[in-house]
Design a binder for this molecule. Structure first.
Ligand code: SF4
Ligand code: SF4
Length: 349
């Protein structure tokens, strides 16, 4: 490693640590706000009474929905952390795609169908923005944890939340049947929508009470599937995205998800991002076409775009050698023939 690249690596880590410190300071500041929040109790006397309602109406014992218990909220956070840890482990050590698929299925079942898509970091972005702009609002700790933990994880290991823990990503990943590569320019330009959407969502969230709107939740294309209801046109958008997603890898994640835009920026600073090879880089290019999301750039997984899906690992000859699928001599042949092809096509351009 040259002195210049060592310096660049040190600066990169320093920047990452700075962002971690800022994230925790932000968490602390919001937590202080949560502590100051006063419990809201609806005065039962102000509600309609049995005599007003008539027809033998009986007052129910419970006047308002019971909040989810602290233990179950804690379970949500533990499962979030566990899922991300499993994907991070696969990215650096485990290397098996089936583990990611298992996490994807479990997350879809739990965070998708059981929790009905809520709480989720994508929508939590609006809660955090609203509470920062309005001192009378406070973000519940579990919502704050769901907003911050995937960002903190992406500083460490890249987009491990997107890898299989997010139910919106999970449902799209499972329908990806015959991925086609989209042109890089299209990816880049369509990807800008995520930031426009993020800006709009924050703007609507910080409007004064009465005008405030949580547009990310209102226009969530998949939550209707999880809840088995919702406006027909929104379900139609969800179906269209899933149909498109059979050939274009995760269109909502890559072009629309506002939290994906945020996590993509943070992941640029990942300390231990996804590595396609288990050890030594060969620069053979044999993995390039294996990524359904076009995230392999200059023969490396680009941390801001790599969704930690582990599909490319099996295409790396070093990985095949580590698994005992090929011999060293076959690896040499594969690599030299790949490099010859690359040189020939480069010479023909
Ligand atoms: S990009 Fe958004 S929808 Fe896709 S997996 Fe990440 S957070 Fe979920
Ligand atoms: S580079 Fe592509 S195929 Fe490889 S882990 Fe990242 S998203 Fe998946």
């Amino acid at each position: 490693m040259t002195p210049l690249s060592s310096l660049a690596a040190i600066l990169r880590r320093a920047a990452s640590l700075e962002i971690v410190v800022l994230a925790f300071a932000f968490l602390f500041a919001l937590a202080t706000g949560v502590e100051g929040q006063e419990a809201y109790d609806r005065p039962v006397s102000s509600a309609p009474q049995p005599d007003d309602i008539g027809a033998g109406y009986q007052t129910p014992e419970v006047q308002r929905t019971s909040p989810r218990s602290a233990a179950l909220q804690m379970l949500d956070v533990v499962l979030l952390i566990g899922g991300m840890a499993a994907i991070a482990w696969v990215s650096r050590r485990g290397r098996r795609r089936w583990v990611v698929t298992a996490v994807t299925l479990a997350s879809l079942a739990y965070f998708g169908f059981y929790r009905q898509g809520c709480v989720c970091p994508i929508g939590a972005t609006q809660n955090v923005a609203a509470s920062l702009s309005d001192a009378s609002l406070a973000t519940p700790m579990v919502v704050l944890a769901f907003f911050l933990l995937p960002l903190a994880a992406s500083l460490l290991a890249g987009r491990v939340f997107c890898g299989g823990v997010c139910p919106l990503g999970a449902i799209q990943d499972l329908v990806l049947l015959r991925p086609v590569q989209t042109p890089q320019g299209v990816d880049r330009w369509l990807g800008m929508f995520r930031y426009v959407y993020l800006g709009l969502a924050v703007w609507f969230a910080v409007l004064p009470a009465g005008q405030r709107d949580f547009v990310i939740c209102r226009f969530d294309p998949f939550v209707g599937f999880f809840r088995l209801n919702g406006p027909a046109w929104m379900l139609g958008v969800g179906v269209a995205l899933l149909l498109l997603g059979t050939v274009v890898g995760r269109p909502y994640c890559r072009y629309l998800c506002p939290y994906g835009g945020l996590i993509s920026v943070v992941s640029r600073f990942a300390i231990w991002p996804v590595r396609i090879t288990p050890d030594e880089e060969l620069d053979c290019g044999l993995c390039v076409d294996s990524c359904p999301f076009g995230a392999i750039k200059d023969l490396r997984a680009k941390p801001s775009e790599c969704l930690a899906c582990a599909r490319c690992f099996a295409h790396c000859p070093r990985q095949q050698l580590a698994w005992g699928e090929i011999e060293l001599v076959e690896l040499d042949e594969l690599v030299s023939s790949a490099k010859c092809v690359a040189q020939r096509s480069g010479g023909n351009e």
